[in-house]
Design a protein around this ligand. Structure first.
Ligand SMILES: Nc1ncnc2c1ncn2[C@@H]1O[C@H](COP(=O)(O)OP(=O)(O)OP(=O)(O)O)[C@@H](O)[C@H]1O
Ligand SMILES: [Mg+2]
Length: 334
């Protein structure tokens, strides 16, 4: 079965050149976003999730931040080679991003309606009249109560959940090919979170948009994702479809993440923590980034970065335990 990919990250390296040294935030990331699907990116704080998303948007902080190697293909074209103007055009039309904190993307001094109309009018070239109509429709679609009134509100007059709905409305106004959502519901309480996720799902069904969803929350992953990419230390350590990630996690880090998850069974126990810390992205060497925390570490893990091993049609794992000829597997699978 052939899946058409709308986005392909190929060996992406995004570094920050700081006074203190080079931060290798994204250090050889490859994965694809299939058309109309949701790909969730999970991993500890600092593993490079947001920098991957910002690289796709062409919004890596300048001048320190730079894509130093690799490609990001959209419909087969490498967008890392596009000019600033072309990227701005693409951001308005093909790629939209929802950030964790809605106030970073809503302009506090402009009415909600005006900000929505701008997208229709300026980016999509609709008339003022038509833009107004479309904006109201969109607020209705994301189920903002009293849309006729709310369209005249300023962002601070909306609740957190309402602001996030407006953000989603704005992000979807241009019917983007890809919606990038970086922790879109982390700041919201649980019931509102569920509503916002439902809304994203419903709108995806209506518009066919692909979603790149970044989250810490494995519950959100289970709810939303078709495919899962697990990042660690600026690299992808495992990817699989959502069922495979939960039923058959193979990378020791993925196994640790799942173990660290609160469930009904472990509610009375202290939550498991993967011992140790994420590596400092300034001194990543030629070894597996997880080696220092891995229960199954072998000599080779400290000498080389493991390559991606094909386990199954959709399943890839970057770990020496699964390399033919090394006998680590018996220790992990028994
Ligand atoms: N503008 C920047 N300048 C220097 N270093 C940066 C910059 N932005 C990110 N980094 C570093 O790059 C690494 C990856 O950061 P990133 O924001 O992608 O992490 P993340 O996986 O999104 O984490 P979180 O879950 O906390 O959001 C971190 O070590 C971070 O400190
Ligand atoms: Mg982040």
């Amino acid at each position: 079965m052939d899946k058409k990919n709308i986005i392909e990250f190929k060996n992406l390296h995004t570094y920050f050149y700081t006074d203190k040294g080079v931060v290798r935030a994204v250090n050889g990331v490859s994965f694809a976003i299939p058309e109309g699907k949701t790909v969730a990116v999970v991993g500890e704080s600092g593993s490079g999730k947001s920098v991957t998303a910002l690289s796709l948007m062409g919004l890596v902080a300048k001048p320190q931040g730079k894509i130093v190697d690799g490609e990001i293909l959209m419909d087969g074209q490498d967008i890392t080679k596009f000019s600033k103007e072309k990227m701005r055009e693409i951001r308005g039309r093909d790629l939209s991003m929802i950030f964790q904190e809605p106030m970073t993307s809503l302009n506090p001094s402009l009415r909600i309606g005006f900000q929505l109309e701008e997208i229709f009018h300026r980016i999509l070239g609709l008339s003022k009249e038509e833009s107004k109509k479309k904006s109201l429709e969109l607020l209705e679609m994301v189920e903002i109560p009293n849309p006729k009134e709310k369209i005249r509100a300023f962002p601070h007059e909306l609740s957190g959940g309402q602001k996030q709905r407006v953000m989603i409305a704005m992000a979807l106004a241009s019917k983007p090919k890809v919606l990038i959502a970086d922790e879109p519901t982390t700041a919201l309480d649980v019931t509102i979170q569920a509503e916002v996720l439902d809304l994203m799902k419903r709108l995806q069904q209506e518009t066919g948009t692909s979603i790149l969803l970044i989250t810490h929350d494995l519950g959100v992953v289970a709810e939303m994702a078709d495919e899962v990419v697990v990042m660690y230390g600026g690299r992808v350590v495992e990817k699989n479809d959502v069922f495979g990630i939960f039923d058959n996690p193979e990378h020791p880090y993925t196994q640790g993440l799942l173990k660290a998850r609160p469930t009904l069974e472990n509610r009375d126990q202290k939550l498991y923590n993967i011992p140790g810390n994420v590596p400092n992205p300034m001194d990543l060497g030629e070894e597996c980034p997880f080696a220092n925390r891995c229960t199954y570490v072998m000599d080779i893990c400290r000498k080389q970065v493991p390559e991606e091993i094909v386990r199954d049609e959709d399943h890839r794992v970057s770990c020496f335990l699964y390399k033919e000829g090394l006998d680590g597997k018996s220790s992990i699978k028994s």
